[in-house]
Ligand binder design. Sequence first.
Ligand code: FDP
Length: 344
Amino acid sequence: MNDSNRNKTFSQFLLRKSIDPGLGGVVNDILSACIDIANTLSKSPIEGLTGSSDKSNSSGETQKTLDLLCNQILRDQLRHNQSVKHFASEEQNNAINVNESGAFSVAFDPLDGSTNIDINGSVGTIFSILPALSSSSPEESFLQPGSNQLCAGYVIYGPATQLVITFGKGTYIFTLDVEKEVFVLTEEGVRVPYETSEFSINMANARSWNKEFGNYIDHLLDGKCGPRQKNYNMRWSGAMVADIHRVVSRGGIFLYPSDKRKGMQSGKLRLIYEANPIALILYNCGASAFNESNSILSVTPSRLHQRTPVIAGSTKEVYTCLNYIQDESTERLSEYLQASLCHD
Ligand code: FDP
């Protein structure tokens, strides 16, 4: 990284890149909320904030106490920002009107991977900023394809708190200086390697996958002895932000496909709050993000809480996976190649 840019604060970065001040102000407010969230998370076991609440979200998932608290922190911060027209959260049923003359619609997942909270694992906040539409309902403003996003980012709360962000040209990583409470630039021009030998999936769902997708994973597991002719490593943290951050940092493929379980026919992850912002970040570092047939960013959502399959990461591996899903002949190829014995 160019030394003159290292440790530039986020505010200095906004000025240097001539980011629209209204848009920059919205991101600054999101980041203030994220600093609050980081502080809240670090004290949560002391203050008895871990564990589940007695509430559930619109998808019927039980909400953690911290899901609700982090949602409230973001709401409180954004509702005073004059540039925000609406916001929508994974943790709320409906989109909220903020300021009629605002220019932006902000969607967020306040605490992604919150099941990791109880094990002190990494979690994150994901956000997406769209141009606000002057439409009849706040919800309609969010029903735009992800390619319309003006800015997308996530903050990962791990050993360091980091912001990964794109304004549609390149992806940047900032690290929170906890003493000064500012994010400083620690990496620019982030690139995800084109090829990988690492995949990320919840293998416990294998029995529910469709046949073609199962073949793809089988061939990764076959390693050098199978048609892919190389060994793969697997990692799954259980928080999308953490698994995607690995992909951003060193390449890989992240997979949450559709499967045959009840309610999972369209996958598990949310298009507007999770998949779209992650997809914009990945595309801006040379990686790819698809549902099982199209680029995620090309999909126009029809519902606020719409789910989507996600196949994202190192481009060559993403395309290979799509070839399997869309072509049953790989099974025959596998049988043929398996006939020749191979050992590590
Ligand atoms: P969580 O439910 O803990 O918020 O957003 C959904 C998500 O986590 C992702 O962060 C994560 O990748 C996925 O669900 C994990 O799902 P499984 O428990 O089915 O593996």
